[in-house]
Design a protein around this ligand. Structure first.
Ligand code: NAD
Length: 369
């Protein structure tokens, strides 16, 4: 059916197609019960694209990704492509998508679902009710700065350099995304850098402070990255939104992920700059990989991908109520004791990927009744 809500599905490799097919069922439910239809195209990425086109992202696929409102990606990679040339490998397709779409703000929620609070590596009382968001700068900083590389210095020994480089504009745009998010959430933003020892940290702090003047209702605090790592495992509930650079964001978002207990539960979003209509390019994907060890066995946990679709509704389609429905349905299914293998606990009921997806749509039926 034709719709003004255009999405591109890129299931990818391994468990990608299995978890994405469960999102299809949720979309069918949205069509039937909420009378919201999406125009969904599907294409190849990663190893699947390499097998067909000899490249992990065909130009035509990138063109579609650039033209739709949101891309939903499953996962890429697997041992089958381990010996493929680096620039044709599955992961290269994913990196190219992020770069070409200029998806500079990576949103990584760390939400502890009540039924899974005991799966956290921290004490239940520290994480129960945790609901925070890390905004990581994704397209600049240490992972992209020039110069970089190994050379032989004047003493004839090897030396290596990586460069942390940010323009004012690159810092400002990601900080603004984080302020906007804090405004939609609990109104607190923690800007994280190392202004005590890094020049980039000094500029980051200065810009965050200046941008903060446009957001008088948001409480802005600055924190050094090392302290932030400590606070995340000491008292994580003090945070609402954290914004930080590419390197610190990489590390801190993985640390925050572990507070929630399982990789199979974690969604993410990557957003670009708004165009003149306020529409941002966006890609949504679960944090986990293609899990080749269980691919094709109907054992994967589809919830991270279903929750990534909920993020799509919230951030690309301004459909917070529908996103809440889906998030509540996921919570209820878990509260009812259903578990895929990765989150299995004693006394719970082991279900397949398909059964978990079916349970979510059944819960949606109950919520909408
Ligand atoms: P992985 O996330 O694929 O798997 C790690 C472990 O977690 C495995 O035991 C796997 O079975 C389990 N797991 C992951 N997701 C699960 C889910 N939804 N349900 C149940 N169990 C789940 O990480 P890996 O093993 O390091 O990487 C495998 C492949 O995935 C590699 O080729 C890697 O490059 C790729 N990868 C892709 C992405 C991505 O597409 N964004 C991210 C990470 C890794």
């Amino acid at each position: 059916m034709s719709s003004n809500k255009k999405m591109l599905f890129l299931p990818g490799d391994g468990i990608g197609p299995e978890v994405m097919s469960q999102v299809r069922h949720v979309i069918e439910w949205m069509d039937k019960r909420r009378h919201v239809s999406f125009d969904v195209q599907e294409d190849l990425v990663g190893g699947a694209a390499y097998d067909k086109h000899g490249t992990s992202l065909a130009d035509a696929t990138l063109d579609i990704a650039q033209s739709v409102d949101a891309v939903l990606l499953g996962a890429v990679g697997g041992p089958k492509w381990d010996n493929v040339a680096r620039d044709a490998r599955p992961e290269a397709g994913l990196l190219k998508l992020r770069k070409e779409m200029d998806l500079f703000a990576n949103l990584r929620p760390a939400t502890v679902i009540p039924a899974l609070a005991e799966a956290s590596s921290l004490k239940t009382e520290l994480v129960s009710g945790l609901d925070m968001m890390i905004v990581r700068e994704l397209t600049a900083g240490l992972y992209f700065g020039q110069p970089r590389g190994v050379s032989i210095n004047a003493d004839g020994i090897r030396e290596v350099v990586d460069t942390q480089r940010y323009t004012e504009a690159e810092i400002e745009r990601v900080v603004r995304v984080a302020f906007d998010l804090a405004g939609q959430r609990n109104g607190k933003l923690t800007s994280v850098e190392k202004a005590n020892v890094m020049e980039s940290g000094v500029l980051w702090r200065e810009i965050a402070t200046t941008v903060g003047k446009d957001y008088p209702d948001i409480e802005l605090e600055h924190m050094y990255a090392d302290n932030c790592a400590m606070q995340l495992v000491r008292e994580p509930k003090q945070f609402d939104v954290i914004v930080t650079d590419n390197l610190f964001g990489d590390i801190l978002s993985d640390c925050a992920a572990m507070l929630t207990g399982s990789l199979g539960m974690l969604p993410s979003a990557s957003l670009g700059a708004p165009d003149s209509d306020g529409r941002r390019k966006a890609m949504y994907e679960p944090v986990h990989g293609s899990a080749p060890d269980i691919a094709g066995e109907d054992k994967a946990n589809p919830l991270a991908t279903i929750l990534s679709y909920a993020m799509t509704l919230r951030y690309s389609f301004d459909m917070a109520e529908d996103a809440n429905y889906i998030e509540q349905a996921v919570q209820n299914v878990l509260a009812n004791g259903l578990r895929t293998g990765d989150i299995m606990q004693p006394g719970m009921t082991l279900v397949s990927c398909t059964q978990m997806g079916d349970a979510v749509t059944k819960e949606l039926d109950k919520l909408a009744a």
